[in-house]
Design a protein around this ligand. Structure first.
Ligand SMILES: Nc1ncnc2c1ncn2[C@@H]1O[C@H](COP(=O)(O)OP(=O)(O)O)[C@@H](O)[C@H]1O
Ligand SMILES: C=C(OP(=O)(O)O)C(=O)O
Length: 614
């Protein structure tokens, strides 16, 4: 298809000329009702002139009327009366009012409150927050506390808990979204082919002391575990280990040395004491190298994972994170399965990068995924610890270049599992991830089973806001040079339009970029530029708003599209102003490739407009 693209810059005074006159007439009268009466009579020649001007800009007028705070009954009457002359205006206004009141415009109430505070646009948080849900934060009330502290995504790790438990948590998130107007998305995380311990027979943790002997076994027990015994989920465990191997628990939180093998039991001595958590993962090291037997022989997505994936699809989750991805094929396979099973609702597939296989195939994995998680816990057990920071930076950078969101996960606030205040080193670690402009930060044990889940989320939020502000003030961020990623002409145009829109917004010091997007792709291209102002992304689908809530700097809105960019821009601005989220004088750069029916004759129209809210 031949494609037309325009770059149009106009000022709002021109756009609203007719409407300014309308407002003047209003002010000249005796308030709303007299305005209504005068409008109703249409006897005044000045008003008649305005009325005919308005017939050409029906929707603009309608949007403005709604923006002015709804319609007094007399005003409605007036518009209805003028309907013969100005066909459709009355219906248009009624439709807009309904739309606004009932369904056409939704935004997370937490974001709305944030935007209403002084300097709201600029202060909107760009970095998104993911919290792992576990026993410490799974009730409706506890989730509400996390939500009010600012989480965007609730993560459920399928290593732990039953489907019944997970279903209840998902249900609590949905109820909260419905009751409080939140937009929390749900991500499930597959167990993958990792070796891990059992559930400690119901205990929340156990402590292993230096020199103590513990038995790791594949035997099953009914009831409590015998003393100093830990179950292992992998049948081949006793065959795979050798005397002298090092057993590393939870990426190094506790270490054991293998002393002896007796049938299904492996007798070990604790060499690095620490806390053992239920279902903690295990790695074997031999002669200074990681033993990768289970990972090598088993598929990335186990039969248990497929059952969990089916469960997640039926529960309508927003993201599925895949553990121990080895190659792009793992992701492609899952994506085609998910799109066949969930044709009407898109589910984002997130690749967890946590070992050497995923690092070797990083570029290919990022290209086919909908996002990436830097799973630093397992990564630190599979590559030398001192390499984790540079690998994190390389993954964050690669994701941005390839236009995929990236989550930095694990041990961001590990000490807050126990203590109410983070260490300074933890604050520095979070700051570093924010400075790298990762899309999202993720809490694991801190929220799932820690003593201070709400405080941990608050620390993430406050540190993110501070670092983002500092980055803007000092322009500390290196401007990454973004390679061209698009394959088709249409995609190339979208990419260039988004790059230029971000530059215009930065140069003009815009308050926000508005983007009207069906699938969120234009929103992602704008986010990729990491502009100085937030990006308000308007889309018709709740599913897409949830997916976009993982993207850096995106503020998602559900919004019923109108026939062209002007109408979308006008109505969304009017609605934002009516709800107190935007004000006169705000400078907005608007981007769209949502084409109208009249534009279909000339093909797809992609445009940038600069608009000062009147
Ligand atoms: N659904 C759950 N039920 C019980 N405990 C959980 C749950 N989810 C997470 N946890 C606890 O939080 C810790 C950290 O979570 P996470 O990082 O997801 O898991 P893991 O440590 O298994 O990689 C887990 O080790 C476990 O103790
Ligand atoms: C997030 C991680 O993986 P999981 O918690 O699933 O083991 C990690 O290893 O950092």
């Amino acid at each position: 298809m031949k494609m037309a693209s325009t770059l149009r810059v106009y000022n709002a005074g021109w756009l609203f000329r007719g409407i300014d006159a309308f407002a003047l007439a209003d002010r000249g009268g005796k308030g709303n009702s007299s305005f209504g009466e005068r409008r109703c009579n249409l006897g005044n020649s000045k008003l008649r002139r305005h009325a005919s001007a308005l017939s050409h800009t029906r929707e603009r007028t309608a949007a403005l009327v709604v923006e002015c705070g709804g319609l007094a009954p007399t005003v409605r009457n007036a518009i209805e009366t003028g309907k013969e002359k100005h066909t459709g205006l009355g219906e248009e206004v009624s439709r807009l009012e309904r739309t606004m009141a009932e369904r056409g415009f939704e935004v997370d109430t937490r974001v709305e409150n944030e935007l209403k505070t002084v300097g709201g646009f600029r202060n909107a948080r760009r970095t998104k927050l993911v919290a792992t849900i576990g026993p410490a934060c799974c009730s409706y009330e506890q989730l509400d506390e996390l939500a009010s502290s600012g989480i965007n995504i609730a993560r459920l790790n399928m290593c732990h808990g039953t489907h019944e438990w997970h279903r209840q948590v998902i249900e609590n998130c949905r109820r909260l979204n419905a009751a409080k107007g939140y937009g929390i998305a749900v991500m499930i995380d597959t167990e993958g082919s990792e070796i891990h311990m059992g559930d400690l027979g119901g205990a929340s943790s156990a402590r292993a002391e230096d020199g103590e002997e513990w038995c790791f076994t594949v035997r099953k027990f009914n009831g409590p575990l015998p003393a100093y015994t830990l179950q292992v989920n992998y049948e081949g465990f006793a065959e795979d280990v050798q005397v002298g191997d090092e057993l590393v628990v939870d990426g190094g939180m506790v270490r054991f040395e293998v002393l002896e093998k007796v049938g299904p039991d492996v007798q070990c001595k604790c060499t690095d004491p620490g806390i053992l958590l239920p279902c903690a993962n295990l790695n074997l090291w031999r002669d200074g190298f990681l033993v990768r037997k289970k990972n090598v022989t088993l598929p990335t997505i186990s039969s248990k994972d497929w059952v969990d994936i089916d469960f997640s699809i039926s529960e309508g989750v927003d993201f599925i994170a895949v553990s121990f991805v080895k190659s792009p094929e793992d992701i492609k396979h899952l994506k085609s399965y998910v799109s066949a099973r969930s044709p009407d609702r898109s589910i984002g597939v997130i690749a967890k990068v946590e070992d050497g296989d995923s690092l070797r195939n990083l570029d290919g994995i990022i290209r086919v995924s909908d996002g990436v998680m830097v799973a630093r816990g397992n990564l630190g057990a599979h590559i030398p610890l001192e390499q984790v920071p540079s690998v994190q930076e390389a993954i964050v950078d690669a994701c941005r270049k390839l236009n995929k969101p990236v989550i930095v996960a694990s041990q961001l606030l590990e000490s807050m599992v126990e203590y109410p205040t983070p260490t300074r080193a933890e604050v520095a670690d979070i700051s570093n991830a924010v400075r790298q402009q990762a899309d999202a930060l993720m809490l694991s044990g801190e929220s799932a089973m820690g003593l201070h889940p709400k405080k941990a989320v608050e620390v993430l939020r406050i540190v993110s806001l501070r670092m983002e502000q500092w980055g803007r003030e000092e322009t500390h961020h290196d401007k990454v040079s973004l390679p061209e990623i698009s394959q088709s002409d249409t995609a190339r145009t979208s990419e260039q339009i988004c790059n230029v829109a971000a530059q215009i917004a930065n140069k003009l010091g815009a308050d926000a970029i508005f983007v009207y997007t069906r699938r969120g792709y234009m929103a992602s291209l704008l986010s990729r530029n990491r502009p100085d102002c937030p990006i308000f992304a308007f889309t018709e689908s709740t599913n897409v708003t949830r997916r976009m809530d993982l993207l850096w700097g995106i503020v998602p809105f559900k919004f019923d599209f109108r026939k062209d960019l002007e109408s979308n821009l006008l109505q969304s601005s009017a609605l934002l102003k009516a709800r107190g989220m935007a004000s006169s004088g705000n400078l907005v750069v608007a981007v769209s490739d949502v084409s109208s029916s009249s534009q279909s004759e000339i093909g797809i129209l992609q445009s940038i407009q600069v608009h000062v809210l009147s």
